[in-house]
Design a protein around this ligand. Structure first.
Ligand code: HEC
Ligand code: HEC
Length: 315
């Protein structure tokens, strides 16, 4: 009998614990930002959160070319990963935001995304017992635009990854995980395929500038990219050089989601003219076909696969 009671007790205890964890108490700006990132309270119809498009299992990107915003409206650019954004100078494909604080509020008001005026968002948070109390606990102040941006961006800053097979190889922590094909791929990435010329640095974002790889011809490929912000004709068709960490998790690829697989991306760089004719302003690095053979393409793909953080490699 005694054991039975204990069994019952432990079930009750377990239930009350799981209930507690669902309503995690918010003590820090990161917890608050995390809660807001996953909460539909910031969308006009209470149906979308940041995580509806930036899905944790796809490295906080989406797995379709264009995510659905409010009223199932399709956006016109591919949802990038929200990970490894702390050290960027620019946000969005065209770099229209220059800090995570500035970036964080834009999707809320964007009529194609969450479509909620910030004044209403703040009113909702003031009315919500949970959030009003949480802002007071964390900041000693009631919800405001500035604090909302601070909370969300604080959470975004925790989404850094640094434990890929490639990191472990580079730091000589574990050199066996990186297979021979991936090692050959690294050499090709840095040399023959010229990837490193644009994708260098810790997160492979190069100098965090805008480049044109040929996905603009003013016709069927007509997103002007950075030009929309800078109005500089040289920027016509240029986009932010995206990072490549966890790239195996974030298909489809490019600002328009045109490539379904990494293999397609590699085929594109190998011979861009086969995919898009009459590109405007394409970078001179891509003037000539790279001339990669089948084995080199596979090696390059293996290298890109080695850039996934260990959290995504667990089966
Ligand atoms: C309806 C889908 C959708 C929702 C909801 C959404 N995003 Fe995004 N997000 C996108 C798209 C699409 C882009 C790229 C837009 C562009 O570059 O013009 C983007 C870009 C970003 C970027 C820039 C990444 C980079 O590489 O520059 C960050 C960071 C981000 N979103 C965070 C958020 C946060 C925080 C929220 C919630 C407040 C949010 N997003 C809500 C679709 C969405
Ligand atoms: C001239 C600079 C440049 C070179 C060279 C270059 N890239 Fe890129 N890369 C970019 C830019 C800019 C984008 C975004 C382009 C767009 O969406 O229009 C991009 C996008 C990508 C993406 C898609 C990322 C995503 O999240 O959608 C991958 C993968 C990629 N590059 C891998 C490579 C590989 C592999 C090589 C070598 C074969 C390479 N890049 C060479 C500048 C470059």
């Amino acid at each position: 009998m005694k054991t039975h009671i204990c069994f019952l007790c432990s079930i009750l205890f377990f239930l009350s614990c799981s209930n507690l964890s669902e309503q995690k108490i918010i003590y820090s700006e990161v917890d608050l930002g995390e809660s807001l990132f996953f909460d539909t309270i910031l969308s006009r119809d209470y149906k979308l959160s940041c995580a509806s498009c930036h899905k944790p299992e796809f490295a906080f990107a989406d797995n379709i070319p264009f995510s659905k915003g409010i009223n199932a409206q399709l956006g016109n650019r591919n949802t990038p990963s929200a990970m490894n954004q702390t050290n960027r100078n620019f946000y969005f494909w065209d770099g229209r935001a220059e800090s995570l604080e500035e970036q964080a509020l834009m999707p809320i008001e964007n009529p194609f995304e969450m479509d909620l005026p910030l004044s209403i968002a703040i009113k909702r948070l003031l009315k919500s017992k949970k959030y009003n109390e949480a802002f007071i606990t964390v900041y000693g102040k009631a919800p405001s635009r500035e604090l909302l941006a601070n909370a969300i961006s604080s959470f975004e800053k925790t989404l850094e990854t640094s434990k890929s097979i490639f990191d472990k190889y580079l730091n000589e922590e574990d050199t066996i995980l990186m297979n021979e094909s991936a090692k050959r791929g690294l050499t090709i990435f840095n040399g023959k395929a010229k990837c490193f010329d644009c994708h260098f640095g810790v997160d492979f974002t190069g100098s965090d500038k805008f480049k044109n790889i040929g996905i603009y011809n003013g016709k069927e490929f007509n997103d002007e990219g950075r030009f929309k912000i800078s109005a500089n004709p040289k920027d016509l068709g240029s986009f932010k050089v995206p990072g490549l960490r966890n790239v195996a998790q974030t298909a489809p690829y490019m600002h328009n989601g045109m490539h379904k697989t990494l293999r397609q991306v590699i085929d594109y760089y190998n011979e861009p003219d086969k995919f898009i004719s009459n590109s405007i302003n394409r970078d001179s690095l891509l003037n000539k076909p790279l001339g990669l053979n089948e084995r080199e393409k596979k090696d390059l793909e293996f290298f890109l696969l080695s850039l996934s953080d260990e959290r995504f490699n667990k089966k």
